[in-house]
Write a protein that binds this ligand. Structure first.
Ligand code: GDD
Ligand code: MN
Length: 388
């Protein structure tokens, strides 16, 4: 913890956040900036006024990466006028997400937040986000993808890229990306104790991903908002940031702490596969049902086991909010795997017709070939705790 109003950091990244906070500071709000000289004065005044008016003790921490337009200097000059304002100038360092971690590492508040420095995030929403912590959540996220929110001025290209990035994230990191409707959000507040002591090593823009993946997060709340037009200057998002995003996803994916979950995904897949095969063998060879009926029944038995295992084992740490929610998830898996089963039956029959392979061999080939993808897709796309 520190309280200097101006800090200049020359090299050295910070990635740990202390667990103790100043008893008198409720919110530490980090404003990462790069060439926002024209936007920053208005935003700081608006934020300070809003929080003062609502009696929220706070500090505003501008983290500027040595902007050529001297954003840091303009902000520093304002520290005399606004006592809650602090400025960090990082020299020789860049990146939105690491700037946020750096700001939090120097913060004193109980709650740690982030807001863009260009006015695209409406400050008033902060009150709504803060109120979420009354309900024992660890993170409150401003979302553009809830009813009541949106992105008014994006080109269809950027919309498409954003959707694609989200879908990719869902496939690679369903347990992280699937927890919120707007995983790309750069506007949120987290309870310090949820990330204190964690090793935060984000790459690129998406600091929320890092918080959701590495933090001790039980409950997440979201509030809708409209992404405003930029007041001045232009977005710093470049093609390279999509690569950063991919690197970030992969880095979180291979993290040893998280691979346990992967073992459970494949474990379920494997157990269901064995049950399916044994059951098929029994009714096809033993009872003497025909191929399609045997494969259909054994497939359904496999699905029921999958559902039970996912619910009681793989996702046990993420219980459903209520019965309807739980039922909807289970039905989702049933539907996804049911469709896969139909595809499997068609494939089995086609192979029987066109090849000279034996029925049981065909069954096994198709089962083994389709099962991992099916289970992964089915369980991941339907197991999104905050899906609405
Ligand atoms: N310190 C620092 N270093 N700040 C940076 C850097 C950097 O390398 N790059 C960008 N920023 C600052 C900008 O000055 C701005 O205040 C904020 O980070 C967001 O950057 P923009 O370039 O305006 O991003 P955007 O508007 O396209 O997207 C933002 O909002 C989205 C919606 O919440 C980002 O925050 C996205 O991550 C987010 O999805
Ligand atoms: Mn912006």
């Amino acid at each position: 913890m520190s309280t200097e109003s101006f800090i200049c950091l020359d090299g050295g990244q910070v990635n740990q956040i202390a667990s103790d906070h100043h008893p008198e500071v409720t919110l530490s709000l980090v404003i990462p900036t790069f060439n926002e000289a024209e936007n920053i004065p208005t935003l700081i005044r608006r934020l300070n006024h809003l929080l003062d008016e609502n009696h929220i003790s706070h500090e505003l921490i501008v983290v500027d990466d040595d902007s050529p337009d001297k954003t840091w200097e303009i902000a520093r000059e304002m520290t005399e006028e606004i006592s809650s304002l602090r400025v960090i100038r990082r020299v020789g360092e860049s990146g939105l997400a690491t700037a946020v971690v750096c700001g939090w590492a120097h913060a004193n508040g109980k709650f740690l937040g982030v807001i863009d420095g260009d006015g695209q995030h409406p400050p008033e929403l902060l009150l709504d986000l803060l109120s979420k912590f009354d309900e024992e959540v660890e993170v409150a996220v401003a979302s553009r993808h809830l009813p009541g929110g949106g992105v008014p001025n994006w080109s269809s290209m950027r919309r498409l890229l954003s959707k694609g990035a989200q879908a990719l994230g869902l496939l690679l990191l369903p347990g992280t990306v699937g927890r919120v409707t707007d995983p790309m959000s750069g506007y949120f507040i987290v309870d310090r104790k949820a990330i204190a002591g964690c090793d935060l090593q984000p790459v690129g823009y998406k600091i929320l991903l890092e918080v959701l993946a590495r933090g001790k997060i039980n409950k997440v709340a979201e509030s809708p908002y409209y992404f405003q037009l930029r007041e001045s200057g232009s977005s710093k998002v470049r093609a390279i940031h999509y690569l950063h995003y991919l690197r970030h996803l992969l880095r979180l994916r291979v993290d040893p702490l998280r691979s346990q979950a992967l073992v459970r995904y494949f474990g379920v897949s494997l157990i269901a596969l064995v049950i399916d095969a044994v059951f098929f063998f029994w009714i096809f060879e033993g009872v003497g049902w025909n191929l399609t009926r045997s494969a259909l029944l054994s497939g359904e038995v496999g699905i029921i086991f999958t559902i039970l295992l996912l619910d009681l084992w793989t996702f046990a740490g993420r219980p459903a909010r209520n019965f309807t929610d739980r039922f909807r998830r289970l039905l989702g898996v049933q539907i996804a795997l049911g469709i896969l089963l139909v595809g499997r039956l068609i494939l089995i029959n086609a192979l029987i017709t066109w090849t000279t392979l034996e029925a049981f061999t065909v069954f096994l080939i198709v089962l083994i070939g389709t099962s991992p993808t099916g289970h992964l897709l089915g369980s991941r796309l339907t197991w999104r705790p905050t899906r609405r």
